[in-house]
Design a protein around this ligand. Structure first.
Ligand code: PHE
Length: 339
């Protein structure tokens, strides 16, 4: 038996494994249940006791040689049995399995679209805190204390001085305070209002506001900028109109309507049979506001505008109930995942 083992040891040292198939053959020959190693152990049981010690040592050495050879080759060729062998040849012609990776929320899609439209004409993005002090949310924007204009926006107060911001105009104030004109920026973000939740209102929603301040900025600049925005967002055929309005921080102020996307101006229940839907507020920044923020109103003028993202998304996607944006119903959200 000793001689047999020595021959085997020699053979193994000369064996070269060159492929996964050869590796599998090696495994079957030596290591499987019906392989040589097992046979040898069976034979070992039958030899006389006095030579067992010697032969046993050699047996173990051979076993180790086999194992080492096998392990080395396994590192190079990836297979030990028939099952994993099939993995070796991936069938590249098979159709790929689709992974469900989710999609963007419709409000994010619209926000990104608005941001990129304004980016194209040089507006940068500015962000600010959602918990705001009275100065940035109200006083700097020309809302006098105890003035009824503060009731235009029902506010969640944290204490007398601090509240959840009711609009992202607060970020405009921060920008005007911290940077010198010319300024051209938009402010996307979440805002909060103490309103009863319904199909048309929620206690929080999202806005994009914008400002442009430079020498000799006029209402014509405001109009052209917003015309450009509407054409990019809703298409060439959409009509625009401005109605006079009031905001404490702009003078003159206006609200902008677009022709109803659904009925194209003919009248339907979305536009309440007027043919028009309101999409944003805007105006020339009140000189008081510029002065409050340290900008010389004799030298500079500017315009501001603000719109609700939910509203734009409702018009664009024909969503009837604002609450659907926040209930995370997958069948609703899925509709947007390819956009
Ligand atoms: N801040 C206003 C609002 O939240 C929108 C607005 C912004 C109006 C800028 C005019 C100018 O309703």
């Amino acid at each position: 038996m000793k001689q047999k083992l020595e021959e085997l040891q020699n053979k193994i040292s000369q064996t070269v494994i060159n492929s996964a198939d050869e590796l599998e053959e090696f495994r079957l020959t030596y290591l499987s249940r019906k392989g040589i190693l097992n046979d040898l152990f069976e034979e070992f049981k039958t030899i006389p006791n006095e030579i067992k010690k010697d032969v046993g040592k050699l047996m173990n050495a051979v076993k180790q040689d086999i194992q080492v050879k096998f392990n080395e080759a396994s590192g190079l060729f990836h297979t030990t049995n028939v099952k994993s062998k099939s993995l070796e040849y991936a069938d590249l012609s098979l159709p790929a399995e689709l992974q469900n990776i989710g999609g963007r929320h419709p409000l994010s899609i619209i926000e990104n679209e608005i941001v990129s439209i304004f980016n194209k004409i040089g507006f940068t993005i500015t962000e600010g805190p959602e918990i705001e002090d009275d100065w940035h949310n109200f006083s700097a924007l020309n809302f006098p204390e105890n003035h009824p204009a503060r009731d235009m926006q029902d506010t969640f107060f944290i204490d007398k001085e601090i509240a959840l911001r009711t609009h992202t105009s607060s970020v405009q104030v921060r920008l005007m305070e911290n940077q010198k004109p010319p300024l051209r920026a938009i402010m996307p973000g979440r805002v909060y209002r103490n309103e009863a939740v319904s199909a048309r209102a929620n206690c929080f929603f999202h806005q994009v506001e914008g400002i442009y301040i430079d020498k000799k900025v006029s209402f014509a600049d405001l109009k052209q900028t917003l015309y450009y925005f509407v054409k990019e967002m809703f298409g060439e055929d959409v009509k625009v109109r401005f109605r006079p309005s009031y905001f404490p921080f702009t003078e003159p102020s206006a609200e902008m309507d677009i022709s109803c996307l659904l009925c194209k101006g003919a009248g339907c229940n979305v536009c309440k049979y007027t043919g028009w839907v309101e999409i944003l507020g805007c105006g020339m920044i009140d000189p008081n506001v510029l002065e409050n923020c340290g900008i010389d109103s004799n030298e500079y003028s500017g315009f501001a505008f603000g719109m609700g993202i939910e509203r734009i998304a409702m018009l664009k996607y024909d969503v009837k109930d604002l609450r659907t944006y926040f209930t995370n119903d997958v069948s609703f959200l899925k509709q947007f995942s390819q956009l």
